[in-house]
Write a protein that binds this ligand. Structure first.
Ligand SMILES: Nc1ncnc2c1ncn2[C@@H]1O[C@H](COP(=O)(O)OP(=O)(O)OP(=O)(O)O)[C@@H](O)[C@H]1O
Length: 230
């Protein structure tokens, strides 16, 4: 599903260049639930952005679902992101003036899906993330955990094969965090959606099938203990 070969990312700054990712080989199977961990600045978000086609590697190849992302032009990368990837963020990024149903429907409406079809997809997704009765609520009328579940429903609207989640439980208490993790886990197991999640939380990482650990831009082996590797 996801194959990175010798992927490096170098940022060019006025003061010189900075290598955020160094020659990484990473393989992730379809339907796997992966946690990416590592200290601040180790390259986790950069890696997620490359896998999601938000940025290009400086060198190396990235293949997602048979598509060579490093060879796509800007327009095709945008299309790839819109149709193949669902993004979930720590702060949910819902539109505050839109209801739950409207937030979930955004990408479908942008894609000119017929209204009746949108309604049926939105209703199904609301049930899937356990938010029955909340369709007309605004994000401010929901708990953090509920808002994150709306964000996951929105991410699922285009039926992506891949969900990329950057600290999805970072703003949630343990119970709400667990609900979100169970949902992501179920999507990977039952719907074979590949889930790649960046997290600082060891408990969250335990829900995943496998942890990819980064340090100084490189994948390393080891156990994550608080702020240190052992
Ligand atoms: N656009 C950019 N320009 C220059 N340097 C960047 C850019 N984006 C990231 N970096 C640098 O690359 C390194 C990796 O950043 P990244 O955001 O991937 O780390 P991270 O592991 O996600 O960190 P955190 O846990 O703090 O979010 C950092 O040193 C960062 O300063």
């Amino acid at each position: 599903m996801i194959k990175l070969e010798k992927v490096s990312k170098v940022f060019t700054l006025e003061s010189g260049s900075f290598t955020a990712l160094k020659q990484n080989d990473i393989h992730i199977k379809k339907g796997e639930f992966i946690a990416i961990m590592g200290p601040s600045g180790s390259g986790k978000s950069t890696l997620l952005q490359l896998i999601g086609g938000l940025d290009l590697p400086t060198s190396g190849t990235i293949t997602v679902d048979g598509v060579r992302l490093d060879q796509l032009n800007e327009k095709d990368r945008t299309l790839f992101r819109r149709t193949k990837v669902g993004f979930v963020f720590q702060n949910y990024q819902l539109l505050p003036m839109m209801t739950v149903a409207e937030n979930i429907a955004l990408s479908l409406a942008a894609n000119k899906t017929p209204k009746a079809e949108i309604d049926s997809i939105v209703n199904r997704l609301i049930r899937e993330v356990n938010l029955e009765g909340k369709a007309s609520n605004f994000p401010s009328q929901l708990s953090g955990g509920q808002q994150q579940r709306v964000a996951i429903a929105r991410a699922l609207a285009m039926k992506p094969g891949l969900i990329l989640a950057d600290e999805p439980t970072g703003n949630l208490d343990r119970k709400n965090g667990q609900d979100v993790l169970q949902l992501l886990s179920r999507l990977s197991k039952e719907e074979r959606i590949t889930v790649v999640m960046v997290t600082h939380d060891r408990h969250a990482a335990k829900t995943a099938d496998r942890v990819i650990m980064l340090r100084d831009g490189e994948v390393v082996q080891g156990e994550w203990e608080g702020a240190e590797f052992h």
